[in-house]
Every structure is written in structure tokens, then in C-alpha cells.
Write a protein that binds this ligand. Structure first.
Ligand code: PHE
Length: 337
């Protein structure tokens, strides 16, 4: 190759580059001139073999070839990319854009934990609808017609006479209507009450219902199962305490306290110095409930409990206001991801 030929070649290559009409075409030209098997290696050989006095001129010409071609190549490439359709511009070899990953909400996390523990204790999960009937939410649960919880002040009624369930207890009814004893279920879900929201109340909260029906189920079973459960949730050594209470659907009825997990029972601000935190309502299933679902109260007994998931979440995660659980402030939620 002579110097003139090289200058000629440079000019041809430049015009081919500037005329390339597609990215593929442009790449062909680049490979043909600058690629490993293109013209460039040939030029380098000619440069090496050039007589001494021509070397500087050859060196400059070879450099100009490389530089002007690669400059022309990139500027043409930019033009082509800018004017190409989006489909052409898409580079499928680029790594994708990953958005931030979500995580389970704290309530969901606690619910999964409760289910996992109860699963090991032999409970299966049952579910029911959020919109319930007066029968399953109240009547079948032995709740008298004049009970205050039925009041429109306390319950969300729908225009067709159905209601938003005020607790997860109607799932007990639905399950027993469809299954013969023995029964050992938990039922997690939302519940609705016309409460004015404050730091510890929400009109929509979550419960986990428990129901165990068999021959000879006793209060001792309730206490030992809940004690095991408390130990699994709060750590070994956690205790439970029963305080007498009243629920229409259990007799006797109790309110269940767990050892305060913050002070381990010594007394602190969280448990208002009592060493205990109220977690659940519970009791022995009232015979009237068995009658309502067609079980024979002479043959079977059972215990039931209902615990508030928000309570457990607030205690375990040290959340001071229930409303934080519903505001969906990512800065808050991220702490529990
Ligand atoms: N349903 C009751 C409530 O919401 C809790 C409960 C469930 C009590 C089962 C006893 C037995 O307060």
C-alpha cells in the first residue's frame, strides 16, 4: 500500500461511515476498516515496512486513519441511535432496572408467625368472608338480641342487612357447620368495629381465632396450649394469666394476659407496671353454640380463643401507636422489612 492509497482509503472509509444508514451497516463498515481482519492490520504492516524517511508521514497517516474513522464512527452511531425507532435503540444486553423490593407488612409477618406456631401445634387454617350474616356473627354465637355489640353504634351494617364481621368468631360457626368433630383450627382475618381510631383502636383490625373441639377438652388444655404459644412468640419462660371475663359464646370466659415481653414481668411503662399484657379473649365453648351448629354438647367440649394481631405486633415490634400500621409510611415500614 502506498501513502496515496492510504489517503484514498481513509476518504472512502469516512464517506462510507457517514453514509451508513443502519447500526448494522455502520458496524460492517467499522469491522471492514478497523476490525482485526480489516484494513487496519494491513496498514500497520505497511507502516512497519515503510522506508525510514517515509516513516513519520506514514505514522501520521495511519493515526489519522484510526482516529478520524473512529470519530466518524461514533458520531454516526449517535446520529443513528437518536433517529432510530425505540425498538432499534433497545439494547437487550444491558442489565435491567431493578425497582426496590417490597416486604411483608408487619401485621402479615406476625400473622405468618402465629400460623407457623399453631401449625406445629396441630391447628389447620380456616377462613371466612369479611361480610357476614347476623346469624353467624351474633345469633349462632349465643349473642342476645339486645347485646350492645349488635348496636349500629358498634357494628357496620350493610344495606341488605348483612354486616362486616366484628370478630373472627363466625368462622368457628361456618367451620363447625361443615365439619364433624374433632376440630382444631385457627382462623386469621380482618375484623371491623365502629371504633373511633386512637393509639390503640382501629375500625379495622386483625384477629386470629382458635377453636379446639373434641371429647374431654378442658380449660387445662386451653391454658397449656396458650402457654406453649406464648413461649414460642415471646421466648421461653413467658407465662399466661387468666382473668375471669364474659363472652356470650364461651362459659367460663377469660381474658388472657401474656408476660410483658419488654420487662419480662417486672413491670414497666409498656405494661403499665403490671408485668402483663392483654392478648386474647378465650373460654370453653358455650353449649348453646354447639347446639346452633348441630354438635352434641353432651358428647364434645371445646375451647376457643381470639387474639388481636395488632396487639402482638405492637408489643413485639415496640410500636407505640396502632395507626402507624395503617399509614403506609415507607420510612416506618422499612424498619421491619
Ligand atoms: N370474639 C372475641 C372478641 O372479639 C374473642 C374471643 C374469641 C373470646 C373466642 C372467646 C372465644 O373479643
Amino acid at each position: 500500500m502506498t501513502l496515496e492509497e492510504l489517503e484514498q482509503l481513509t476518504a472512502t472509509a469516512l464517506s462510507e461511515l457517514s453514509e451508513a444508514s443502519s447500526l448494522e451497516g455502520l458496524e460492517d463498515v467499522r469491522v471492514r476498516y478497523l476490525g482485526k481482519k480489516g484494513k487496519l492490520p494491513e496498514i500497520m504492516v505497511s507502516l512497519k515496512e515503510a522506508p525510514k524517511e517515509e516513516k513519520p508521514a506514514w505514522g501520521q497517516a495511519a493515526n489519522r486513519f484510526k482516529q478520524s474513522l473512529s470519530e466518524a464512527h461514533s458520531s454516526r452511531k449517535e446520529d443513528l441511535l437518536a433517529s432510530s425507532t425505540p425498538a432499534d435503540a433497545l439494547d437487550v444486553s444491558l442489565p435491567g432496572n431493578h425497582g426496590p423490593l417490597g416486604a411483608n407488612h408487619p401485621i402479615r409477618q406476625i400473622m405468618h408467625r402465629v400460623i407457623e406456631i399453631c401449625d406445629r401445634m396441630g391447628f389447620t387454617v380456616a377462613t371466612g368472608p369479611d361480610v357476614e350474616t347476623v346469624f353467624t356473627n351474633f345469633d349462632a354465637l349465643n349473642t342476645p338480641a339486645d347485646h350492645p355489640s349488635r348496636d349500629e353504634q358498634d357494628t357496620f351494617y350493610l344495606s341488605d342487612g348483612s354486616l362486616l364481621r366484628t370478630h373472627t368468631s363466625p368462622i368457628q360457626i361456618r367451620y363447625m357447620q361443615q365439619h364433624e368433630p374433632p376440630v382444631r383450627i385457627i382462623a386469621p382475618g380482618r375484623a371491623y368495629r365502629r371504633d373511633t381510631p386512637d393509639a390503640t383502636h382501629s375500625a379495622n383490625f386483625h384477629q386470629v381465632e382458635g377453636l379446639y373441639v373434641d371429647r374431654n377438652v378442658s380449660m387445662a388444655d386451653l391454658k397449656s396450649d396458650l402457654t406453649f404459644f406464648a413461649g414460642e412468640v415471646l421466648g421461653k419462660g413467658a407465662k399466661v394469666r387468666f382473668r375471669p371475663h364474659f363472652f356470650p359464646f364461651t362459659e367460663p370466659s377469660v381474658e388472657v394476659d401474656f408476660t410483658c415481653h419488654v420487662c419480662k414481668g417486672k413491670g414497666c411503662r409498656v405494661c403499665k407496671n403490671s408485668g402483663w399484657i392483654e392478648i386474647a379473649g378465650a373460654g370453653m365453648v358455650d353449649p348453646a353454640v354447639f347446639n346452633a351448629v348441630g354438635y352434641d354438647p353432651e358428647k364434645v367440649t371445646g375451647y376457643a380463643f381470639g387474639m388481636g394481631l395488632e396487639r402482638i405486633a405492637m408489643i413485639l415490634l415496640e410500636i407505640d401507636d396502632i395507626r402507624r400500621l395503617y399509614e403506609n409510611d415507607a420510612r416506618f415500614l422499612r424498619q421491619f422489612a
